[in-house]
Write a protein that binds this ligand. Sequence first.
Ligand code: FES
Length: 304
Amino acid sequence: MAWEYSEKTRQIFMDAVHGKPGTHMGEIEKPDGFGEHGSIVCGDALRFSFRVRKHATDPLQDVITEARYLTFGCTSAIAASEALCTLIEQGQFTPIHALKITTQDIVRFLEGLPAQKIHCSVMGAEALESAVYNWAQKRGVDLAQAGVQLQTKGEDDGRIVCKCFSVTEPYIRRKIKELNLRTIPDITNAIKAGGACASCHHAPGGLQDLLDEAWGRKPMSGGTAPALPAAAAPGEPSPFQLYKHIEQVVAQSIRPALQHDGGDIEVVDVKDDLVYCRLTGACKMMVERTLKEEINEHLRVIAV
Ligand code: FES
């Protein structure tokens, strides 16, 4: 499965992974603001930090001069994080103004993202919010008094609707409205919830119920949010299904052969068409050839 990235997204990603001057991958030592979002278990996580030029008397006039990120994620997670840092630095934003950057701003900056990758741009905005909260605590800023209602506050404690991705009800409710999500695939593309076993789709209090509550029982005409691209083509395996298929082929066809010769293999992660494996005494070429033959000719094995 090859994602259709814009030329700009591809270029930003390449520049970032090669550490080209002006890119933002990394971490700021002793940052003025620090936040995280996502979960390594779910395959995506983002850490965001920034430094400000401190105003002598009014912390509300601090200006972000440097922003950095670290992400455990794919091409789009890296490109979206780069976009966020660039927008903040170029805009000379105060931390509070930086909160106005939306998912749509990031997608626009990247000249589009595949629908299934929108959640990567959502992660950045959430990590930024948590970093601003951290900055406010350090600088003694009362965000409520400054007119800022932090969206994420208390959301982690809500009822978990999607167990596969640990996504809570308050978070899903907020994102349905904020991103104008109209269908279950919209939700999955934006925040991953519902993207694995699907048992949260139509369970009582599940995704469909939350959609019905938000928009009324009848599906609304007018479809999805304009800034988000269309959903995945029917019949194409979800990332979870691809991962399970790879594990199955490894367990049935590859691992027994390797163990016979004293080697072993562990699938660590799958991102797009890249299969990250821990190999012991194993032939990477043989693993890759088998995966290509049995699943998809685009798959590539990366030894980690
Ligand atoms: S519980 Fe939501 S996808 Fe499994």
